[in-house]
Design a protein around this ligand. Structure first.
Ligand code: SF4
Length: 174
């Protein structure tokens, strides 16, 4: 990906979602995911060459125009697979006073491993309030776990988890 650009599944930010995290949220859909979870709900977001290349500056302008949104969720695709764009956009959202949720097919522990080799992972984590982690596993598909597809996926309080050195769940989500 060219510097200053991000590949998105939907070039427009989706607004007013109540299913992609807590409250009324806007969703930025990243294009590209190699986890290949059987039963994935968004297979059209897997191809790293599909979607639309968008200037990060243009995404920021869209963020500036958001109204009545409690936060922004990064989903996809796997936003962690365009880590530098994720870092820049998560920082921008956070500095505007909105909270940040991020979905990834990596487990939190895998993200920490990636962070040992690439500083952008840790930088991005610092701007993420809630990380919904792990691959979708069909055998664990559940309608009882809010904001997730399967029961292995966790909603993680990133700041507390980094501070304590172990996974801490976000608020009261089980
Ligand atoms: S991580 Fe998410 S987007 Fe990627 S294959 Fe799995 S369910 Fe689909």
């Amino acid at each position: 990906m060219k510097k200053g650009f991000v590949r998105l599944a939907m070039p427009e930010i989706q607004t007013d979602s109540i299913v992609d995290g807590e409250g009324i949220r806007s969703v930025i859909w990243f294009q590209g995911c190699s986890h290949d979870c059987p039963g994935c709900h968004n297979p059209e977001t897997h191809d790293f060459k599909a979607g639309t290349e968008v200037a990060i500056a243009d995404v920021k302008k869209q963020i500036d125009e958001l109204e009545f949104q409690e936060g922004v969720t990064f989903s996809g695709g796997d936003p962690m697979m365009q880590i530098e764009a994720l870092e820049e956009l998560a920082k921008y959202v956070k500095e505007k006073g909105m909270d940040v949720w991020c979905y990834t097919g990596y487990t939190f522990e895998e993200v920490l491993e990636l962070a040992k080799k690439n500083e952008h992972y840790m930088n991005a984590l610092k701007y993420i309030d809630a990380l919904v982690d792990g691959r979708f596993i069909m055998a664990l598909k559940s309608f009882d776990v809010v904001f997730r597809g399967s029961s292995n996926q966790r909603i993680i309080d990133v700041a507390k988890s980094l501070e304590k050195g172990k996974v801490v769940k976000y608020k009261n989500y089980k």
